[in-house]
Design a protein. Structure first.
Length: 258
């Protein structure tokens, strides 16, 4: 069985997914779970999977978007009937499938700007690194949190990244050592495989990509997206004694791989 995913296979599944997406509009994680179920059901012959395994895999892969839960999850070896290569292949194809056919759909989402009116100021749009974002949530009385979601190239660059999260199995990857911490990979530990095929501990990659945007081994630029968080805090301006509130805005970001 080839390790490369068949584009033919992805195309067939994508037609089913587009059909499916027309009917459903629900919570993103549930949405992802159902899409993976559909995909696996359609290709169960190819993977020789039992029904309960199909559920387990779909659930497992749908948790990819939640990094904490993903790292806490028991190892992938809970699927008894498949070899390491098959496990790797299923996980990889599921993620590529998501990049190719689900994530790109979000690029077309409409912009919807929310005004933040505070101290007589109005914020409609924010430009950061020439990227346009939208504000989606404001809460609490004095501290205004607003999660910013990229609306222009965020999903596109994420979809182009093709970085995958997989468990490490000896003999499948290009190398057996993490170049960030210098340690050998343990069987079953979670790794991030970049599109250049270089592999790093998933946790190590987080530290690395806080500062860098290229592979730690070959220095190839890695297309990954930054999720931006904005925290608004209003303070009383003491100097002009008007009691007018000013907004202080703190912007932070963290790498998002999926
Ligand atoms: Zn490491
Ligand atoms: Zn590389």
């Amino acid at each position: 069985m080839s390790l490369l995913c068949s584009s033919e296979l992805l195309k067939h599944a994508s037609e089913k997914v587009h059909e499916y997406l027309k009917e459903y509009d629900c919570d993103e994680m549930v949405d992802q779970y159902r899409i993976y179920l559909l995909y696996l059901e359609h290709y169960k012959q190819r993977y020789l999977l039992e029904k309960n395994e199909i559920r387990r895999i779909a659930n497992y892969v749908s948790m990819l978007s939640n990094q904490e839960r993903w790292l806490q999850n028991p190892r992938w070896e809970s699927i008894p009937n498949s070899s390491n290569i098959t496990q790797y292949q299923i996980l990889k194809e599921m993620q590529l499938f998501y990049y190719e056919y689900v994530l790109k759909r979000k690029v077309a989402e409409n912009h919807e700007f929310v005004n933040i009116n505070q101290g007589g100021r109005s914020y409609k749009e924010i430009y950061l690194n020439s990227e346009k974002f939208k504000l989606i949530e404001i809460n609490k009385e004095d501290i205004h949190y607003a999660e910013i979601i990229h609306t222009d190239s965020f999903y596109e660059s994420l979809a182009a990244s093709k970085n995958i999260k997989v468990p490490y199995f000896h003999g499948i990857f290009l190398h057996n050592e993490c170049a960030i911490c210098g340690e050998e990979f343990e069987e079953g530990s979670m790794v991030l495989e970049l599109s250049c095929k270089h592999v790093f501990h998933f946790k190590c990659s987080h530290f690395w990509f806080k500062e860098k945007t290229s592979c730690a081994i070959c220095r190839k630029q890695v297309a990954f997206a930054q999720k931006i968080y904005i925290k608004w805090r209003s303070v009383v301006d003491d100097e002009d004694h008007s009691g007018r509130k000013n907004l202080i805005c703190t912007i932070s970001s963290k790498a998002k791989f999926y």
